[in-house]
Design a protein around this ligand. Sequence first.
Ligand code: HEM
Length: 502
Amino acid sequence: MDWLFVLGVVISVVLCVLTFISIYIIHGRRKYSHIPGPPIDNFFLGNFHLFNKYMKEGMFFSAMTLDLCKKYGPVFKMSFMQATFVFTSDPQAVRELQITGNHPKSYITLEGIIYLFRERFFGKSLVSEIDQKVWVWRRQLMNPCFQKSYLRGLESALNTEIDLLITRLAGLADGKTKVSMLDEFNHLTLDIIGKIAFGMEMNNVVNRTEKSEFTKAIQLCFRGISENVTDPFFTFKISNWSFIKDVRKALRFLRVFSKQCFEERKAAIERGDYTPDDILNHIVKMKLENPELDDEVIVDDIIVFFVAGQETTACLLSFTMICLWQNKDVLKRLRTEVYDAVGMKSYLSIEDVNKMKYLDMVIKESLRLYPPGPNTFREPKHDIEILGYKIPAGTPIAMSTYVSSRLEQYFPDPLKFFPDRFSPDAENKITSYTYYPFTLGPRTCIGKSFAEIEAKIILAKIIQRFNFEMDPGQSFDIEESTTLKPKGGAVCTLTLCDSFEG
Ligand code: HEM
């Protein structure tokens, strides 16, 4: 009798909870019934099944959104459990969300990077700060570090670091040794950001037989983010626990390392020692002038500058190498431009690379087809309308430069690598708000100018010195694990090209 009573109570409680959840889900989804999108395939999980189907077919998130955009149009929705996301590629919506309305970022889409597997990762860094007022204040404090006049002072250090890679590659340029350019660029960009932003000699390019602990830690965390995002039950599966443990260890390592950087520099400034005028100095002084800034937030920012300043540029450069190899006419024209502008000069100034207009177009075209950070999300605090569809306040809205850049109506023959589409004389002008690899408006990438200068000097020097052949065995597919990267690692063989043969 007692057992039956307990069982009855348990069943009633479970039924009540399920009814409550069901009403919550139905009510939540009803607000979006007027918006097109793929049918729900499981009442509780929403579109997770469809998402998994895409992933099993070898697609990645951005490729899936492109496919769905072609099927359902410029505004469509997807539901995951109780949450509904809206995706848009409409240029006017992009303008409103990123520029004119400057809508806040969406917490639900940042949750997995603010804390990853319960360890603090990006925390309340510049990139993940949701509170607009706090973000405006902190962005104003950081902006001076990224102004063009400040970047000019970094030219010499940039050349020194890049030349270390050029020397290393020259030693490998026997036409036989396989070199993963993604790995090489990852080490170089890490050395550059370490040196330029934090005054650290990381020496990853020179002193290594394998990846540095720092690079491994960052890559592990990125893998952790994508595994976590693509599988809602990831943390519950025992088979994943050892991986999760490794990711948490890597996160703690990044935090301790960054905190140590901050504290050592703070102590040096307080002692009155000489310290380089770099981003870290600026961050520490910002803290000394604004003691109310939490130390943990400073550590968040240091981690973000290391992470954002490294992978993205390395991915851009690797994809560009692949595109150039696949388009020999573009490579030839680019090399002619480099030789005409600087010959074999080894020190390249910012002015030198800024003269190279075709180089600029090549980088832009590479970012169009392969934007390292393709997605951005906003969450309007009030109802908005996109192409006649009412979008309720609080909806996470996704925009993807990858998607709009591959739509025929905005970029004719979208899969063709054609840098001239960015020429000021191009026949078809780029439709505004369809191309935004650094996003647009106030929350645009703070490191954009720095990344562009860095990528241009690196690429110009590589083109100037080396011929390269991509390894025939590798895949040129894209892998999306937080950033978009070339799956095969852009493995190639190199030979020296001492003089330009035309
Ligand atoms: C090719 C290289 C790069 C690309 C494609 C890129 C792309 C982006 C994108 C798309 C965003 C917006 C993210 C979002 O909306 O959630 C962003 C933000 C940001 N990026 Fe970059 N980035 C690059 C290089 C860099 C570098 C070199 C640094 C630092 C040294 C950097 C630091 C940041 C920071 C701090 C933010 C947050 C800005 C804010 O919200 O105020 N990025 N980047």
